[in-house]
Ligand binder design. Sequence first.
Ligand code: URA
Length: 222
Amino acid sequence: MRIDRLIGKWGGWGKRRTRERFEAGEIFVNGLCMEDRAYEVGKFDRVEIGGAIVQARTRRRLILNKPAGVVSATTDAEHQTVIDLIKEEWASELHLAGRLDRFTTGLMILTNDSAFSESFTEPEKKVGKRYLVTVNGDIEPAVVSSFEKGMWFAKEQVTTAPAIVELLSENQCRLTIYEGKHHQIKRMFARFDLKVTALHREAIGHIELPDDLAAGQWREVD
Ligand code: URA
C-alpha cells in the first residue's frame, strides 16, 4: 500500500491533512524521514508518525528440528504441530517452507517472510534437500543409478532432477533431491521394494541443521 494511504487511514485524515504530515517531516520509515508520499510500504517496514508506531512487524526466519510424530502443518485437529513447538505469541504468523511426513525428523524452515520461503520452495530454484535415509534392505547399484538419472513420477508428470547419492552402508545413504513431491523419497525406494525405516533431513540449500539443535528446538537465523 502507498504510504500516504496507510497514514491517512491510520489518522482518519483526508488527502490535504495527510500531505501536511509529510510536509511537516513527521513520517519516518525504518528510522529515516520519508518525503515520498507514493512510497510503497513493505510488509516489514517500520512506519512511525511523530513517535507513534503505525506499523512494525518483525521479520521471522526460523529453523526447527522436527521430532518424529509432530506434523508439519500450522494446525491439526489430532496431532501436535511444528507451530505448537514455538511458544511465542507471534508463532501463528509463521508459515512453513516445505513439509516433512509425520515420522520424518530434521530440518524445517518457518517464517513470516514469503520471499524467504519462496527462495527455497519455488520449483525453478531447484534447491537441494539432503536427507539421511535408512531402508530395510540393500541399496543396490541399480537403485543408485536410477536416482542419479532421475525418475519419472506419473502422478505429477515429472522426471525428477538427478539426485546425489552417497552410500554410507548397505542400507543407509545420504540423498539430495531437488523437488518436494509428496512422499518423494519413500516412493523412490518403493520402486525397488525398499521401505524407508528412518528419514532425517539434514540440509535445505545452504542451511544445515546444526548439531546442537536438539529435536523439538528452534532458533532464528539471518
Ligand atoms: N520424502 C518423503 O518420503 N518424506 C519426507 O518427509 C520427505 C521426503
